[in-house]
Design a protein around this ligand. Structure first.
Ligand code: SF4
Length: 91
């Protein structure tokens, strides 16, 4: 059992991002220019906002410390900040 949130089996099958190219959520490589990255990430986050498994997705990404990409509407920097905030709140 998760200490962050339920990692419901099968949530990936209902993911909105399955209908979109993975590159939108992960980019191509480190050569992506910051303005291009911001634009891409905003587009991905719009999809996440409407996704019915956003909670499960974000819980999974936080639990597994997913190092790359948009998960549950947050990029890796935002997820690290969320984890820090959760750790601080748990103290
Ligand atoms: S929240 Fe975003 S990344 Fe997660 S499953 Fe849904 S669309 Fe995909």
């Amino acid at each position: 059992m998760s200490d962050i949130g339920a990692d419901e089996p099968g949530w990936r099958e209902r993911a909105a991002c399955l209908r979109h190219p993975a590159v939108l959520f992960f980019g191509v490589d480190d050569s992506e220019a910051p303005p291009d990255r911001r634009t891409r990430e905003e587009q991905a986050k719009l999809i996440c906002r409407e996704c019915i498994v956003r909670t499960e997705c974000l819980a999974h990404a936080l639990e597994t410390r997913e190092p790359y990409g948009i998960w549950g509407g947050l990029n890796e920097v935002e997820r690290k900040a969320r984890l820090r905030a959760m750790a601080k709140a748990a103290r």
